[in-house]
Design a protein around this ligand. Sequence first.
Ligand code: NAD
Length: 247
Amino acid sequence: MKLKGKTVIITGGAQGIGAATARRFADEGALVLIGDMNQDAGLAAVAEMRKEKGRIVHFHQLNVTDKASIKTFIDHALTLFNGRIDVLINNAGITRDNFLSKMPEEDYDAVMNVNAKGPFLMMRALAPPMKQQEGGGAIINISSIVARMGNKGQVNYIASKSAVEGMTRAVALEYAPTVRINAIAPGFIETSMTAGIPEEVTKKFFARIPLGRFGKPDEIADAALYLATASYMTGHVLCVNGGMHLA
Ligand SMILES: NC(=O)c1ccc[n+]([C@@H]2O[C@H](COP(=O)([O-])OP(=O)(O)OC[C@H]3O[C@@H](n4cnc5c(N)ncnc54)[C@H](O)[C@@H]3O)[C@@H](O)[C@H]2O)c1
């Protein structure tokens, strides 16, 4: 029960890494609110999580690119959690892959809006009140291994995740010592985001991953749990990628 009574909001938590993190945090005693665009998937995820007795998990629809939606979501969270949010996890993310010469400007904007501007808007709304509250707070931003590694066909996604890592450092300096801001850079993780990768390409990736497989969402949830409680860490990017950064 490392997070007993702590209040946590997780964007994009209806499935994948966000849902695994919500489940993990609730198992550690946290009160969790998931925000996601996909209401059906979010409500289904929460219903499934609540089957395990004692888990406190809620859902409210959220579009991280829309300031009005963010305000409604945060107002709901503050009512639900008696005015206090201890941990924010900026996890919502999308891909719109294409090579540079073929990438429509709308796909660049869409990915930057969700993956980079979303965390900016969420942090701008929540870091100041976290700073004011007794005990401060923690923010965890989800980046990606490709922010440092590069990857063909992902110029928009890599730009967005590089922005996330830069913002993590900037905001960590602005909000120290009361609010800690860290990031996780996952390698390839088994979620809907990687489900469409053709088998032959997956095999090539496995050859470049010393641990020989894609990661599980639970393995990123472990890292998030660590950062939520890592009291002497801020401005750090934790790489969780099966050793792929060595290849
Ligand atoms: N799966 C991987 O291999 C991998 C690797 C590195 C980083 N990541 C990052 O991890 C995070 C989670 O990815 P995942 O693999 O679980 O993906 P996923 O597609 O399974 O889940 C992403 C969730 O974000 C939600 N979402 C999308 N746009 C939104 C918006 N505007 N507002 C609110 N919610 C929105 C989706 O509805 C979905 O539930 C993302 O930031 C992703 O970039 C994933």
